[in-house]
Design a protein around this ligand. Sequence first.
Ligand SMILES: [Mn+2]
Length: 398
Amino acid sequence: MNQKRYCLFHKDPDGFFSAYFIHRLHPDAEFIPINYNDPEPVLEDGAEVWIVDFSWVGPKEHVTERLEALCARMKHVNVIDHHEGVEPALRAVTAKNFTLRYDITKSGTELCFDLWANLDAAARMTAVPKIPYAAELVGDYDMWRHQKEGYNPSKKIDVERMNAAVWLFNEKWGSPEFFQHIELVCYHNVGYEVALANGRIALQVAARHVDRAMERVVWIGLRSTAAPSLYIVPAINSAEYPNELATAIADRFPGVPFVAIFNLGKHGWKFSLRGRGGAVAVNEVAAFYRGNGHKNAAGFTVRDLSGIPFKEARPTAQEVADKIVRLIGKEGVERLLRAPNTLTLIIDYGDLKHLPPGPEAVGAFEILKQFMCDHDFREEGFIETYGKCLKCGKIDAK
Ligand SMILES: [Mn+2]
């Protein structure tokens, strides 16, 4: 009977391509896509196990003991990884049947390619080939090399397109058809070109989703285990593109301590928090809601939203007008409208000053005007000039 083999690979493009090169080495292996928080897969004892672009399931602090336990059951365990922070845990594994290939400077794809290419070249007594360009692009994305200074700009676009394209592969991850697809993209021009074209469309779709989602920003209140304060942060309800959305919100609201993406999942409302590298560690926020993660990326799930206050991202023009009238009364509004720089005054009024000049501020002004007389003030040019009612001349703020 053949030796039973498993290959556990990380559920991302770098993991997919890592697994592809292990597949070239051991096409008979059973390929299992996996993430840190996934349940431990059921593996037959006595097998040979490959764990690539990844270091076994569960929390990182238990990696050593879990790998030791796995080694005790298996014929041999190979780990090929490059993820930061896990190296000490991997080096601490002492089992004799454990082989570690770890290099923080290379992608999982490169590490697995190197292993296969060297063995293959030695067996054929040929020169070691160069890594396929598609695989290089996937590895560069994973290593974030395309975001570093000096990276060729046209290659950067290809890196992003290729990574987006790989997420679109619709064969079952780890199936023979899936690896055929990767092979096509790596070794056939048409496969490569089609992937890049698909990736381009995928990025366009993502950009449009982000644009639309940005119109649904809400502000939510979240607590932390580390401080008594309630953080009011911008959030977007979306099941898709959490990373792209987090970047987009953070760019739009540069002063906030962190941002959140949330959606209703199988087990409740899932919140993903993204920190800004500042004073607030989002894992301490997640911990308040029994979640976990890292300083700049963490998450939690709640059964319902009763403990999380929501409000609209920005007051509408009507809300601003209502609030000003409530605060200073109709006479106050009348005074305000007669004053010079009325728009500025409205915008700066108390806690409403976060309403920036723009369509909403103009809208608020328009609503306020309605308190001044019964005529329709929507004639063009009125707002810009703080003019008077063209019918009764009641307001003159000049
Ligand atoms: Mn990787």
